[in-house]
Design a protein around this ligand. Structure first.
Ligand code: ADP
Length: 452
């Protein structure tokens, strides 16, 4: 028997003894009947007291709040106190459990992956905000709905019903068109399932780019290799060397070898740009000097077929990586010459740029060449993107020039702008922000060089 029970028995025994004692005292004075009557009356009072407390207890149990506990005395004080402590303990563990549950919910809400819990019949029990986004669910509306009704992809339904869930499933989100999801279904606790979704759009895009890139490089190398291999085989098969064939094939083979060399060089430049840290090195670069040198290169490339001009309206330098800028500007100049038929014009310019009050400077190459239709312009800087594959190859293009330009421009926090009109010409300009420009003083008189 524990201490509480002992106390109750002791108190009850003490009260009964007190009532019996008082009645016994009255026995000699008022006789046995009156004494027994008194004892019965005292017992009745005790019984009524117990009944009153019992009624209060049962009333209180209807809404057992610790603060509403009825006042009590005697035996019942212990009982009520025990109830009070029991209730407090229960409240404390309840709030501990609620806090733990809340913690789990908050952790689930904060997860960077989508989480959906479904029951044995695939009805949604709970989902976090990422899952709402991935599957277009609504946590408030869709609880209790069949997940297969909400995510209507046959593959998903199949995997959900299958036994083995080990491999994640790649799904294209039906509601968020461009979203690619990796979905893993994990069974747990009897027949409930946890559906974990992860946005793998970027990973898939990079993977597609990598595959396309390898396919493009192989494709670019195949033609020159086939030409060279074909000639070499023919020569090897000849019983007596044919000097005429050799005389004709050697220049062709060397042209193809040059093509492969340019491709490999451009690929190396691209890979260096990609692996170099960002932003580009910051050293003062004399852009007017680069423009002058490129002007002379343009004259040599044109070989008198175009009118080439250079307009230097600014003496400003920029802070950046000289080799990168030289290679990017060189690509623009060589494109302008290559895509402008004989008799056309190519103009190189370096000017201050006051647009949007940014105090920057712009290097531009304008030509009166074949121009580019508007739908191609946004894709020009993609690797190997060419408007006219044949023309690009004929003129020794690798299809990587503008991809290199784009990289260099980005690394210098500059902006590449292209305006073009088919049949009338194009203008490619690289606009540097004020923060990259050093010494903004413009030359007194614009220096202009030209060649007809
Ligand atoms: P490519 O080696 O083929 O010239 P680029 O990356 O330098 O590769 O250019 C991509 C494509 O953009 C070219 O194939 C060509 O179709 C187009 N292009 C670039 N510059 C010009 C220009 N100045 N005029 C017309 N088309 C151009």
């Amino acid at each position: 028997m524990d201490a509480g029970l002992n106390t109750i028995w002791l108190q009850a025994a003490w009260r009964l003894a007190a009532a019996a004692g008082v009645s016994l005292l009255f026995w000699p004075i008022s006789g046995d009947t009156a004494a027994l009557g008194l004892f019965a009356a005292l017992l009745l009072i005790m019984l009524l007291q117990h009944l009153r407390h019992l009624a209060r207890l049962s009333q209180w149990l209807m809404d057992p709040r610790p603060e509403a506990l009825p006042d009590s005395s005697g035996l019942w004080e212990n009982v009520f106190a025990a109830f009070y402590h029991l209730l407090r303990r229960q409240r404390r563990s309840e709030s501990r459990l609620t806090a733990t549950l809340q913690d789990f919910r908050l952790a689930g809400m904060a997860m960077p992956d989508g989480l959906v819990i479904v029951d044995g019949s695939n009805q949604v029990e709970w989902c976090n905000p990422k899952a709402e986004l991935h599957f277009g669910l609504d946590a408030a509306r869709d609880v209790g709905q069949l997940i297969t009704y909400l995510v209507r992809q046959p593959q998903f339904a199949e995997v959900l019903d299958a036994e083995g869930y080990a491999e994640p499933l790649t799904l294209r989100s039906a509601r968020e068109g461009d979203l690619i999801l990796s979905v893993l279904i994990v069974p747990y606790e009897a027949n409930r399932k946890l559906i974990i979704s992860r946005d793998v759009t970027d990973r898939e895009r990079v993977e597609t780019m990598r595959r396309d890139f390898v396919a493009n490089v192989s494709h670019e190398l195949r033609t020159p290799l086939t030409v060279i291999g074909g000639f070499l085989e023919t020569i090897a098969d000849m019983e007596t060397p044919n000097p005429e064939l050799i005389r004709r094939s050697v220049p062709m083979m060397s042209e193809q070898a040059k093509r492969m060399q340019s491709l490999v060089e451009d690929l190396l430049v691209l890979s260096r740009l990609e692996s170099a840290g960002n932003p580009a090195r910051e050293e003062p670069v004399n852009v007017p000097d680069i423009a002058r040198a490129l002007y002379h290169d343009a004259l040599a490339l044109s070989a008198g077929r175009h009118k080439v001009t250079l307009l230097l309206e600014s003496a400003a330098w920029v802070s950046g990586a000289e080799e990168e800028l030289r290679s990017a500007f060189g690509n623009l100049v060589s494109n302008a010459i290559r895509y402008t038929p004989a008799g056309g014009e190519v103009r190189l310019s370096w000017k201050a740029d006051g647009t949007n009050g940014n105090e920057g400077a712009v290097f531009a190459v304008r030509d009166t060449g074949i121009g580019i239709a508007a739908q191609h312009v946004p894709r020009l800087t993609e690797r190997f993107y060419r408007v006219d594959r044949g023309r690009s190859r004929e003129t020794g293009g690798t299809g990587l020039g503008l991809a290199i330009v784009k990289h260099v421009v980005n690394r210098h926090a500059a902006r590449l702008e292209v305006t073009s009109e088919p049949g009338r010409g194009s203008c490619f300009s690289v606009a540097f922000p004020g923060a990259r420009v050093i010494g903004r003083s413009s030359t007194e008189e614009p220096a202009e060089a030209r060649s007809a």
